[in-house]
Design a protein around this ligand. Structure first.
Ligand code: ADP
Length: 168
């Protein structure tokens, strides 16, 4: 019975936090049209990050413009806005220690032809203008983008059953 009690204590040990860092990940319209939603979500799930929010969403133009405001002066900006608003996207909020940089590694280089095999873009795309997925480039932008794409009630605070098997 003592060992059972110890095992129970181990499994219910509060996982202080999966890490306070958060990132905004988005399957872009090409990823949705190409039926890559499950595949892309699966890569982050399998890695062991914590899913806090998830929705299929038709992005309005002003939101796309706000999200990509730093790229406003780029020649590809108008076509980027058309692309992101051309069909539904899948919005995700993921949490974990180091999740921003790690998610960027899982996603791969902006140009899919330069992205390493094994990364999402390296495996699933061929052109920068159709690179299937977005990931925040800094913890600050992770917070900013999650606040931009999600309303408060759309995010969940929870501890997954696998937490003690991921984090000691
Ligand atoms: P990342 O998404 O890898 O962080 P950037 O922030 O540089 O890359 O650019 C944002 C998005 O703008 C890219 O993911 C891509 O969809 C688009 N983009 C960037 N550069 C180009 C380009 N040269 N031509 C067309 N689209 C581009």
């Amino acid at each position: 019975t003592r060992s059972i009690r110890r095992r129970r204590a181990f499994l219910s040990k509060p996982v202080a936090s999966m890490g306070t860092e958060e990132t905004y990940i988005m399957v872009k319209p090409d990823g949705v049209h190409r039926c890559l939603v499950g595949e892309i979500i699966s890569r982050f799930e399998k890695k062991g990050f914590l899913l806090k929010g998830l929705k299929l969403f038709q992005c309005p133009k002003d939101l796309a413009q706000e999200h990509y405001k730093d790229l406003k002066e780029k020649s590809f900006y108008p076509s980027l806005i058309d692309y992101i608003t051309s069909g539904p996207v899948v919005c995700m909020a993921w949490e974990g220690a180091g999740v921003v940089a790690s998610a960027r590694k899982l996603i791969g280089a902006t140009n899919p032809l330069q992205a390493e095999p094994g990364t999402i873009r390296g495996d699933l795309a061929v052109q920068t203008g159709r690179n299937v997925v977005h990931g925040s480039d800094s913890p600050e932008n992770g917070k900013r983008e999650i606040a931009l794409w999600f309303k408060e009630g759309e995010l969940c605070q929870w501890v997954p059953a696998q937490a003690p098997w991921l984090i000691e």
